[in-house]
Design a protein around this ligand. Structure first.
Ligand code: LRH
Length: 486
């Protein structure tokens, strides 16, 4: 049967991968070509991404991919909000900052003092996160680099620029900047004017399925790919790609895209821009086909990833299956944390910060690794429950099933706890939802799949999914939740 093969470059906050996706009639398979670590770089002025290392790994991955298959096109997605600045010659100025860099600690407050937060929300629909691009710019503009900048490119658009020379801003990712009008789906010119940002700094918008140029000759040479191999614009915000790949069969679902972050919410046709929604800190980000990703960020597996990094430094075991078995046997509901406490955002000793949180809130301090992991997973499940219940109320929707996608869907204990806490059935998988969403948008651009419904049905029909039914008593979760209320 006829099928086409696409390369998906998917960069996450802790690791990146290049995948090959083969799509045909009723057929979809994904293979990993190359996986690499994404290790941030601490320089004198703060925490950065090692963007040239990421680019090199991407090129290596593409070269291997090209040896394995004839690639119809390439698509790139990464985490949101971060950017590189290009000077008038198109040269990158400095290394892009990491959203966990502390420099926005003060500017975030400054921006919200200068601007009416309610008005900002009515325009952008964006949740307040200290690292939103708008706050990063407020910090950046006081440095020598900023006045030299001619263009601001979000990370996937920067990599696309290095591969093809084209300049654009992909719309799902643009919607996470705080400079985007969610109702009009364009950059907000009034907002840019108020902030004193030249509109020319921001590239023209492009949408998923739009062409994004062809490989530059020197790139075709180093990757040994055919000259003029095309790039396709995908939903370049990784979360938008993941939501596009949720294997839902109806519209009464909630999703949790669970990786470094847990992004929990609903897919809507129109944004919710009310004051209650703003105060509950829900975001209205763009999904594919003009859908709205109505969700909240929850700190996610970052808590566990940072614990493991600290334990590794301390010479303690870090093997995940072992830690999860220990967590299964640990005492339930011993202590719970608010995963979104600001103290957990920065890199550093996570077990210590978790102990401090428990001390501060008068709860028993977890004394071994199993207890710490149990505390993290139960706390994430509680946060999933609180956020989805709130989303349903604010958007006036009924949820009958949760789709948990991303790397976290491999964590059976987390999936079960999420089902137990919410009292809802959880369908877990695919773990590589983001890469699948990336591949299927490319397949759509070339006419191999037709629309979002078709994309989702293809995933539901071809990918291995696991079902979890709620167990235990809801009242135990009510009691645990009450402990977090001041
Ligand atoms: C997840 C993600 C999330 C953003 C954060 C910066 O990878 O893109 O949607 O809020 O990273």
């Amino acid at each position: 049967a006829h099928s086409s093969t696409y390369a998906a470059v998917d960069l996450g906050a802790t690791s990146g991968r290049v995948m090959l996706g083969r799509v045909g009639r009723g057929h979809l398979d994904l293979t990993e070509v190359q996986r690499f670590d994404n290790t941030p770089l601490r320089l004198a002025d703060g925490l950065h991404w090692n963007i040239t290392a990421l680019f090199q790994s991407t090129l290596d991955g593409l070269r291997i991919a090209g040896k394995a298959a004839d690639i119809a096109s390439i698509g790139i997605d990464t985490w949101a909000v971060d950017y590189g600045l290009l000077d008038a010659d198109g040269t990158l100025i400095g290394s892009p900052f990491h959203y966990r860099d502390a420099r926005t600690d003060h500017t975030a407050r400054r921006v919200t003092k200068t601007f009416d937060e309610s008005e900002l929300y009515r325009i952008t629909g964006l949740q307040h996160l200290p690292f939103n691009t708008i706050h990063q710019i407020a910090a950046h503009r006081t440095t020598a680099a900023f006045p030299a900048a001619a263009k601001l490119l979000l990370i996937p658009d920067l990599l696309t620029n290095w591969l093809t020379g084209t300049v654009g801003a992909e719309v799902t990712n643009a919607s996470t900047t705080g400079l985007f009008d969610v109702s009009k789906a364009t950059w907000s010119l009034p907002l840019l004017r108020q902030l004193g940002i030249r509109p020319s700094l921001l590239p023209p918008l492009r949408r998923p399925c739009d062409p994004a140029g062809t490989l530059l000759p020197h790139i075709a040479t180093v990757t040994a790919l055919p000259a003029r191999t095309p790039l396709t614009t995908v939903a370049s915000h990784d979360t938008a790609s993941a939501v596009a790949a949720v294997p839902a069969r109806d519209d009464q679902f909630a999703y949790i895209s669970c990786g470094t972050w847990s992004l929990a919410g609903l897919e809507l046709d129109t944004p919710v821009l009310t004051e209650t929604s703003r105060r509950a800190n829900f975001t209205n980000e763009q999904g594919i086909d003009g859908t709205i990703r109505y969700l909240r960020n929850i700190m996610g597996m970052w808590l566990l990833e940072e614990c493991r990094r600290t334990w590794d430094e301390q010479g303690l075991p870090t093997h995940l299956p072992g830690l999860l078995t220990a967590a299964e046997h640990a005492e339930p509901f011993a202590s719970v944390i608010d995963p979104d406490d600001p103290s957990f955002l920065a890199p550093g000793d996570m077990p210590r910060r978790i102990r401090d949180f428990c001390l501060r809130t008068g709860q028993p301090v977890p004394t071994n690794q199993g207890a710490v992991v149990r505390c993290i997973l139960e706390s994430l499940a509680l946060a999933h429950r609180a956020v989805l219940a709130r989303a349903a109320t604010l958007a006036r929707r009924t949820i009958t099933r949760i789709h948990l996608v991303g790397g976290g869907s491999r964590n059976a204990l987390l999936c079960q706890l999420t089902a137990d806490a919410t009292g809802l059935p959880v369908t877990a998988g695919p773990a590589e939802a983001t890469a699948l969403g990336n591949v299927l948008v490319q397949a759509r651009a070339t006419g191999v799949v037709s629309d979002l419904g078709h994309m989702r049905a293809l995933i539901a029909d071809t990918q291995a999914l696991r079902q979890y039914t709620p167990q235990g008593r809801q009242t135990d979760w009510d009691t645990a939740a009450a402990r977090l209320r001041p």
